[in-house]
Design a protein around this ligand. Structure first.
Ligand code: EPU
Length: 431
């Protein structure tokens, strides 16, 4: 198993190119199931979840080509010949919960889907009941047996459906089902994340008729058939946020390019409040971390446009180095503080009570052997290691490989001392 070995203390200086958004790429790939024509996706990040999705789509009969060399971030998908009884196996779903994103497209296109019920997850229960209720409202019949959800339908019918709680992949799943349903669908209390907007943009290029993506009410007028399209995935706002925090934390001067600062609003506000200097450009953000000592600033995670739960762990690492006491409240997932215990092992002063963490800083951190528990928790440990004294060894790096493209190369490129140890794998994702 791979480990990252990080020696802290270097300020990060230079430029990092931000990759395409994993959480926009995954629904976009699932959307290719909606047409028998070819869908070409650009700016696909080379991360492990993308390879998992490739295997998932291929298992259903889709041809998925992940590009090589100069075309390495392009993925071409043709779902002309789909299995009549497509299945997302437990093997795949257990490694990536976003596999449930194939439910909506499959029921809409083939009229049948069998998807393993996702089990528990390191950050919370994460049920998919709202996806199922949404599909039922469009006329699908759902049964559960042997750990699998079986969904079937003739042509779906447009309906009025209100999500009981805001769900990102739930919104995407039902949106993909509704685009081929007969008549009009109105979805209320939808997620407003940029990834939902990006999916709607792709679906629109494919011929779907969608209004309101990015607001809480989405209206869809169903069409008979969708066509192929070419689409460029939006930049990864969570990767950008992680590197912004890395720049601030190490007192560096980092320029992030190929990103969309308009997706980073709440974080940029918080960083300013914490005394970090940030400069927004066109498709770029620069962070200058040495301006003044960091100050504690509270956050509370919320659905977009609020502070993202996917940046909470990284922000906690930042607050361990800030003057004063900050309160970090996690409202989206019930168990997303696993990183706090590892940060404490490195010397942080963090107290957890229910969904609230109190961080007292600044605490000198010292390198230790720590374990990644999920994707963003691992990012938080990498950040802490960058300012810790001596060496930190992060185990279970496969978590970070699910969502960060070549993180150690990007960090090394701006002066961090990071190396990967363990079995040597070929560079290309997919092995
Ligand atoms: N929920 C339900 N029922 C459902 C669906 C969700 O109760 O049917 C609950 C969840 O348990 C959670 C809350 O609603 O408490 C919000 O979950 P949501 O469905 O929005 O999460 P998701 O769609 O499964 C996506 C991202 C996550 C990100 C969350 C929240 C993808 C592929 N994943 O997950 O990303 O944390 O939205 O923003 O888009 C990550 O990238 O590290 C990651 C975990």
């Amino acid at each position: 198993m791979h480990k990252l070995v990080i020696r802290g203390g270097n300020p990060l200086l230079g430029t990092i190119r931000i990759s395409g958004a994993k959480n926009a790429a995954l629904p976009a790939m699932a959307a290719a199931l909606l047409t028998d024509e070819t869908v070409v996706l650009e700016n696909i990040p080379q991360v492990r979840d993308i390879e998992t999705e490739r295997r998932l789509l291929a298992a259903m009969g889709a041809e998925v080509e992940l590009g090589y060399g100069r075309a390495q971030h392009r993925t071409t998908i043709c779902a002309a010949k789909l299995s009549q009884h497509p299945e997302a196996s437990y093997e795949l779903v257990k490694t990536m919960r976003a596999s449930s994103l194939v439910l909506g497209p499959l029921v809409a296109r083939v009229g049948s889907a069998r998807v393993s019920i996702p089990g528990g997850c390191a950050i919370g229960a994460r049920p998919i009941d709202l996806h199922l209720k949404g599909l039922e409202s469009l006329g699908a019949k759902i049964t559960q047996e042997h750990g699998y959800i079986e969904a079937s339908a003739g042509r779906l019918r447009g309906a009025h459906y209100r999500f009981e709680r805001i769900t990102v992949t739930g919104t995407e799943d039902i949106l993909m089902a509704a685009v081929l349903a007969e008549g009009e669908t109105v979805l209320e209390n939808c997620a407003r994340e940029p990834e939902v907007v990006d999916l709607a943009a792709l679906l629109t290029k494919m011929g779907a008729r969608i209004e309101g993506a990015g607001t809480s009410t989405i209206r869809v007028r169903g069409v008979q058939k969708l066509r192929g399209a070419r689409h460029r995935i939006i930049p990864d706002r969570i990767e950008a946020a992680t590197f912004l925090i890395a720049g601030a934390l190490t007192g560096g001067d980092l320029m992030l390019t190929d990103c969309d600062p308009s997706h980073l609003g709440t974080l940029l506000e918080k960083l300013k409040q914490a005394g970090v200097k940030v400069k927004v450009g066109e498709g770029s953000v620069r962070v200058m971390g040495d301006a003044a000592p960091l100050e504690a600033a509270d956050i509370s995670t919320e659905e977009y446009p609020g502070f993202p739960t996917d940046v909470q762990a990284q922000y906690m690492a930042l607050m361990t180095q800030a003057q004063g006491t900050s309160t970090i409240t996690e409202n989206i997932f019930e168990n997303r503080f696993m990183h706090a215990l590892e940060l404490c092992r490195m010397g942080a002063n963090i107290r957890i009570e229910g969904g609230r963490a109190t961080v007292r800083g600044p605490s000198p951190l010292s390198g230790a052997a720590v374990q990644a528990s999920d994707l963003r928790a691992s990012a938080s440990l990498v950040l802490a290691a960058l300012v810790a004294e001596d060496e930190t060894i992060i185990d279970r790096v496969y978590h970070i490989d699910r969502g960060y493209e070549r993180i150690e190369e990007k960090l090394r490129g701006v002066g961090a001392q990071v190396k990967r140890i363990g079995e040597i794998l070929p560079r290309r994702v997919g092995v």
